[in-house]
Write a protein that binds this ligand. Structure first.
Ligand code: ATP
Length: 300
């Protein structure tokens, strides 16, 4: 009978290996949709990150030729700064992140990191420089230690523990009977949304990238978990260039700059205070979310 199951095991192994090859790109991306034609230019050098500044220069892009999604976007993220991208659903926020990771090439314009056009450097070096904390973290049916270590090859147990502590999930893991050997995923311990996000944060801490993309979860975490995760994220943003794709405005108040994207164009940009004074789209979104939050509180 065991002979009979072997091919199935094998299939699982192949599947897992493939998944391991792609997981790093983040669960936020639908990989099947990505353009297979992204190739390194012959003799492409690796990206050399000196400061970690990111620039989108007149970026135009559409998934299909006849539908423009981004219509000439200019964004500058100085090294170490945090820029939040907000805007209505479908405005193109996640598309910006996909383009920075070079899942697609631009129709025109360019994206640079420390002055180097990302389409002219190796994809491996580009992706090694960028960490993503996705909306939904995919966990392997393996130990929690393995799931964290996935952030970097050859990490030691001490590295993994330090990353887990940095993501504020270390004490929780150590309280489990099997500690870091606890199996998680579909066939193991089910982690909550917040715990999964912390595993993703720990992975990113192990990877230690100079550039971060945070894709805020749309799924509701309870407000206490949310503010705790927010505090952890603010710590890992320190010293890194960060792009936050935000769905809740409460989390962008402290960003160095907020970009309001609407139908593929930058409608407004500025700090939270500047945008409120402007009394435009951002101010309108802010008032609406504040009212919704009040109503939700009243209903509790
Ligand atoms: P949300 O806040 O809902 O996540 P968003 O601002 O992040 O939205 P994007 O995911 O960037 O929006 O999508 C922008 C537009 O591009 C949408 O109209 C979407 O339908 C379209 N789009 C996204 N991915 C693809 C794809 N792989 N192929 C074709 N169109 C796509």
């Amino acid at each position: 009978l065991s002979q009979l199951f072997r091919p199935l095991d094998m299939l699982g192994w192949v599947y897992r290996t493939i998944r391991q090859g792609v997981i790093d790109m983040g669960a936020m991306f639908d990989l099947i949709d990505t353009d297979a034609e992204i190739v390194d230019v012959p003799g492409a050098p690796p990206l050399a990150v000196t400061q970690g500044s990111v620039r989108f220069e007149n970026v135009r892009f559409g998934y299909e030729d006849d539908r423009k999604i981004l219509k000439g976007i200019d964004i500058e993220v100085p090294a170490g700064a945090t820029v939040a991208v907000v805007g209505p659903s479908g405005a193109g926020k996640s598309t910006l992140a996909r383009l920075l990771f070079r899942f697609y090439d631009l129709k025109s314009g360019r994206i640079t990191i420390d002055g180097q056009d990302i389409s002219q450097v190796t994809q491996d070096s580009l992706r090694a420089a960028i960490g993503i904390v996705p909306q939904d973290t995919v966990l392997f049916n393996d130990t929690v230690g393995y799931n964290i270590a996935y952030g970097r090859e050859g990490s030691t147990h001490d590295d993994i523990r330090a990353a887990a502590q940095g993501a504020a999930i270390g004490d929780f893991i150590e309280s489990l009977p099997d500690g870091y050997e606890t199996r998680v995923g579909e066939r193991g311990l089910k982690l909550s949304g917040g715990e999964k996000q912390r595993v993703a944060i720990a992975r990113t801490l192990l990877k230690n990238p100079p550039i971060l993309i945070l894709d805020e979860a749309t799924s509701a975490l309870d407000s206490r978990t949310e503010s705790e995760i927010q505090a952890t994220l603010e710590q890992i943003e320190r010293g890194r260039t960060t792009i936050v794709i935000a769905h809740r405005l409460s989390t962008v108040v402290n960003a160095d700059q907020i970009i309001v994207l609407e139908a593929g164009e930058v409608a407004e940009r500025g700090t939270h205070a500047e945008l409120l004074r402007k009394n435009g789209l951002y101010a309108e979104m802010w008032t609406r979310q504040a009212n919704e939050a009040e109503e939700a509180l009243a209903a509790e």
